[in-house]
Design a protein around this ligand. Structure first.
Ligand SMILES: NC(=O)C1=CN([C@@H]2O[C@H](COP(=O)(O)OP(=O)(O)OC[C@H]3O[C@@H](n4cnc5c(N)ncnc54)[C@H](OP(=O)(O)O)[C@@H]3O)[C@@H](O)[C@H]2O)C=CC1
Ligand SMILES: O=C(O)CCC(=O)C(=O)O
Length: 367
């Protein structure tokens, strides 16, 4: 029996649920990690190669993220094992089957994540389940369409700038992933005076030391091509972005892309974790030893879930965005200051911050 509880520790997970439906072909996992602070919020991911372990790790990242951001929410996550690029009608059928299956799975509220978007959240709501990150027409603040997470990542960069790590103006930025998070990062960092020197998607990368224009990147993607087709840029493998010559690296795609095997080749001075769990523990330690600052995922990419929580409370879009920048800036500043003072990794400082809040919330529970 013990192998059934291989993931359990002092925080969770409270629930790990496998969902299958032979009729629709649904195969999904929901993990509700910890609900001491309130109902669990976390994205619903669709990818062909997701695992239960990945979902457990992602749900834990949400527990830490929501606590660090001071939200009255616990952490959860769900993964649907399927190709997100399947025909639209098939995808809608699968998401709707997922929604029907989670109507009774307790305390979990999904939002958009890799392979899902605002429309998917609307289908979930339409099937009678809860969801956040809804289209405006349903009273939502569409967090992917508005770039909520990138807004927070820029605030994290500004906090790093205030801590004297680098200057944003003229900084060379490399971004892995050109979806909801990566694309908006390109736009926001470029607007803040940085230069986007490398970008990738699932099919390849584009590198241009003089700078890629986000509007042209959008046009390339809108034409159905990979960013690697950007006119005048050097095309490379998707992975090339990780070790590109840059000042700021923003991984904004898959887990564990920064690992022992490539950590020593990273040339950035600042890594802002836009993706969830993009670096292994060993890799973060190696980067720290080389003087590279890593702002951990659950601090840097909290913009999306802050937006989702503000939507649930009926706040306006400008108020939600103001909350994102102030909370992500303050948390990043605090984590960097604590890490410098205690000579620890920023992740260690961030964990201490989040765990303090979770412990307090858990202290109010019946024993
Ligand atoms: N959406 C949000 O608000 C939030 C998302 N995150 C995290 O950010 C990450 C990205 O999410 P999101 O932007 O929503 O996802 P999307 O599905 O919108 O976009 C994912 C992007 O990653 C690209 N991609 C997939 N595999 C690879 C690969 N192996 N190498 C390079 N690029 C790849 C995709 O390529 P292609 O364009 O070819 O499909 C696409 O451009 C995830 O880790 C997610 O959990 C974190 C906080 C909030
Ligand atoms: O609810 C959301 O979609 C955003 C939260 C999320 O999944 C994340 O931050 O990874």
């Amino acid at each position: 029996m013990t192998e059934r509880f291989a993931y359990a520790d002092d925080l969770g997970p409270e629930q790990l649920i496998e969902l299958t439906d032979p009729h629709s072909g649904l195969r999904a996992i929901v993990v509700v990690d910890n609900t001491a602070a309130g109902p669990a919020i976390g994205g619903c991911r669709m990818a062909p190669d997701v695992t239960a372990r990945e979902c457990v790790r992602l749900a834990r990242a949400m527990t830490l993220k929501n606590a660090a951001a001071g939200l009255p929410h616990g952490g959860g996550k769900s993964v649907i094992a399927a190709d997100p690029k399947m025909p639209a009608a098939e995808k809608e059928r699968l998401i709707r089957a997922f929604a029907r299956a989670i109507r009774t799975t307790g305390s979990y509220i999904p939002g958009p994540d890799m392979g899902t978007d605002e429309t998917a959240m609307a289908w979930i709501r339409d099937e009678g389940a809860r969801s956040v990150g809804l289209p405006r027409e349903l009273g939502g603040i569409p967090l992917d369409q508005t770039g909520a997470t990138a807004h927070g990542l820029l605030a994290a960069a500004r906090a790093a700038e205030a801590a004297g790590i680098l200057s944003l103006k003229g900084a060379r930025v490399a971004i892995q992933g050109y979806g909801a998070v990566g694309r908006w990062c390109a736009h926001r960092f470029a607007a803040a005076g940085a230069r986007i020197v490398a970008v990738s998607d699932s099919r390849g990368a584009a590198l241009l030391p003089d700078g890629l224009d986000p509007a042209r990147l959008d046009a390339v993607k809108a034409g159905g091509e990979s960013v690697a087709a950007y006119p005048g840029a050097a095309a490379a493998d998707s992975g090339a972005v990780i070790t590109a010559d840059c000042d700021i690296l923003v991984p904004a795609a898959r887990p564990d892309v920064i690992r022992a095997g490539n950590a020593d080749a990273i040339r950035a001075r600042l890594v802002l974790e836009g993706a969830n769990i993009p670096a292994t523990e060993e890799a973060e330690q190696r980067l720290h030893a080389r003087g590279i600052t890593v702002v951990p995922d659950f601090i840097a990419n909290a913009g999306g879930v802050i937006c989702a929580a503000m939507e649930l409370r009926g706040l306006s879009e400008p108020a939600a965005f103001e909350t994102i920048s102030s909370r992500v800036f303050a948390n990043t500043a605090e984590v960097l200051a604590q890490a410098a003072q205690n000579r620890t990794l920023p992740r260690a400082a961030a964990l201490a911050l989040a765990r303090r809040r979770i412990s307090k919330a858990m202290g109010f529970r019946r024993r």
